[in-house]
Ligand binder design. Structure first.
Ligand SMILES: CC(C)(COP(=O)(O)OP(=O)(O)OC[C@H]1O[C@@H](n2cnc3c(N)ncnc32)[C@H](O)[C@@H]1OP(=O)(O)O)[C@@H](O)C(=O)NCCC(=O)NCCS
Length: 147
């Protein structure tokens, strides 16, 4: 079952985000600030009341950026990412969005596979975009889906 992202509190979002991205967790304040923006929207997925994942987008006219997208750890690698991504794309269609942009770490192969399978095309590289906890840097690959 899909719910509007703001169904969750900023604290709940931050808790889930931290489990999915232990290297770079977002704070409740970050979610609080995003929730105040009318251009930011998203949905969260539940199965039997259990949180499974969420996406959060920011729209700018006919395009939008994926701010975050993740599946809760216990549910990863079961095809749920593909399901949530399809729902996200369907939602953007209803909003007349024409392009979806995202960036993903060069080392995040599951996410790259997921996005490419959904039709996202690689459009560039942002050098040393991510800094890891051990201070090493990773490039970001940028992708776009034309819908
Ligand atoms: C990336 C993520 C969203 C993928 O969702 P998921 O539900 O785990 O992935 P799916 O089961 O739908 O699989 C997507 C593809 O990745 C592959 N995959 C899944 N887990 C994998 C793993 N651990 N290693 C390599 N490939 C993997 C799958 O085989 C599948 O490809 P296929 O359809 O060609 O077989 C999820 O793992 C996640 O939330 N990770 C942590 C946060 C994150 O990285 N978010 C994306 C940031 S851009």
């Amino acid at each position: 079952m899909l719910q509007d992202l703001r169904f969750l509190s900023p604290e709940q979002c931050a808790l889930h985000h931290g489990h999915a991205f232990p290297e770079a967790p977002w704070s409740a304040q970050t979610f609080q600030e995003l929730f105040c923006l009318q251009t930011v929207f998203g949905e969260c997925l539940f199965l039997d009341s259990e949180f499974q994942g969420l996406y959060c987008l920011q729209a700018t006219e006919e395009a939008c950026d994926i701010l975050t997208f993740f599946i809760a750890k216990p549910f990863q690698s079961r095809g749920i990412g593909g399901i949530l991504l399809k729902q996200m794309i369907a939602k953007t269609r209803t909003l007349a969005i024409k392009k979806i942009f995202l960036e993903v770490s060069e080392s995040n192969l599951p996410a790259q596979k997921l996005y490419q399978k959904a039709g996202f095309l690689p459009i560039g590289i942002r050098k040393k975009y991510y800094r890891q906890k051990d201070n090493t840097e990773k490039d970001a690959l940028t992708f776009c889906l034309f819908i």
